[in-house]
Write a protein of this length. Structure first.
Length: 348
């Protein structure tokens, strides 16, 4: 199934993993998003993680994005994702409306049912019921934005029916693609996902093409598709420096990845980057690597993050510049702004 070609949108994503204090993580992430806006990025996305600092440093994405909204003017601000089963849906609806109004209508609401089992326990919930709680909470949020009545007769003030057209659902599965498509929502594809045990060398496109197919098939007629492909991308001026930083960062996560039961064939840096779907190097290197990702021509939004390389802050800023100036245009993105002044190349 095909769909009309659209101008690809470019996004920056962060899980807020800089190796600094929590307050400094927030400051650096805000600076990175501001830098992305200056370089013409269309959107910025932040993850939500409760309790587990090594997985992500932000439990309250709408609060953080309100801060970023006050320091930006054009870049769209997205949650990638809010773990909806762990939230009070009325408060999610209310907080989203306030942020959307304060930002001038720039909010994109990415949602999902994920989260570690222990997080559900901390909230007094059973992770086994996450799907049904997700469906119930999403129905409450949608009804609230549309101005519907709650039990007792109250309704959201102010209502925001337009937000129902800015919902994105994250999924690893064909079933999730069907659910997002039937709802007319956007589809969010992960930067990596576990391989089936019987096909440990399956590629990310092998796993995600069926999800895209199912989503497009389920999408109501006349509804424009919205598909985010999040990808791990670290671009640098110097290949050797990029690989050195990549190896340092990626090897930190290999043991944890394997402990969760995911198979990583081989132990070389090339094996690890392939298993973790990481694109690293000079602009030429990453474009060659990305050219093998056959899902990218099918998506509407290219959203890049540096995780799990997690280089120092100044390298993230430089990667943002190189993505905007040399990588994204070759993938079908058109910059809406004049090229910013080039920074000094980082070579050490």
């Amino acid at each position: 199934m095909t769909f009309p070609s659209q101008r690809k949108r470019l996004g920056f994503f962060t899980r807020l993993l800089d190796e600094v204090s929590a307050s400094e993580r927030y400051r650096l992430a805000a600076e990175q998003i501001i830098h992305a806006e200056r370089n013409g990025f269309d959107s910025a996305w932040v993850a939500q993680h409760h309790f587990h600092e090594a997985e992500g440093g932000l439990p309250s994405p709408l609060v953080f994005l309100s801060h970023v909204a006050a320091r930006t003017s054009t870049i769209r601000l997205g949650t990638g994702i809010i773990t909806l089963p762990l939230e009070n849906p009325v408060r999610v609806a209310e907080d989203a409306v306030v942020l959307d109004l304060l930002s001038g209508g720039r909010l994109e609401v990415g949602i999902g049912s994920g989260g570690t089992p222990s997080s559900f326990t901390a909230f007094g919930l059973d992770s086994a019921t996450r799907s049904e709680v997700f469906d119930r909470n999403l129905a409450v949020v949608r009804n609230a934005w549309s101005g519907g009545r709650f039990e007792g007769g109250d309704s959201l003030s102010p209502a925001a029916p337009d937000l129902n057209d800015r919902v994105w659902q994250a999924t690893f599965s064909v079933g999730g693609g069907i659910r997002a498509g039937k709802a007319g929502d956007g589809l969010m594809l992960s930067r990596t996902q576990p391989r089936p045990k019987d096909t440990p060398r399956a590629t990310l496109p092998d796993l995600q093409h069926p999800i895209i197919d199912a989503y497009l098939e389920a999408l109501p007629e006349g509804r424009e598709p919205r598909i985010v492909a999040s990808r791990s991308l670290f671009v640098a001026d110097n290949r050797e420096e990029a690989l050195r930083l990549a190896e340092k960062g990626l090897r930190r996560v290999v043991a944890d990845f394997a402990a969760k039961g995911h198979v990583i064939p081989g132990d070389s840096l090339a094996d690890i980057t392939a298993a973790l779907d990481t694109h690293v190097g000079t602009p030429e290197d990453v474009l060659e690597s990305l050219s093998r990702d056959t899902t990218l021509p099918r998506v509407t939004d290219l959203v890049f993050q540096v995780h799990s390389v997690d280089p120092p802050h100044e390298y993230i800023l430089r990667s943002i510049e190189l993505i905007a100036s040399e990588v994204a245009p070759a993938l079908g993105w058109q910059s809406p702004v004049a090229k910013p002044e080039k920074r000094v190349a980082l070579v050490r």
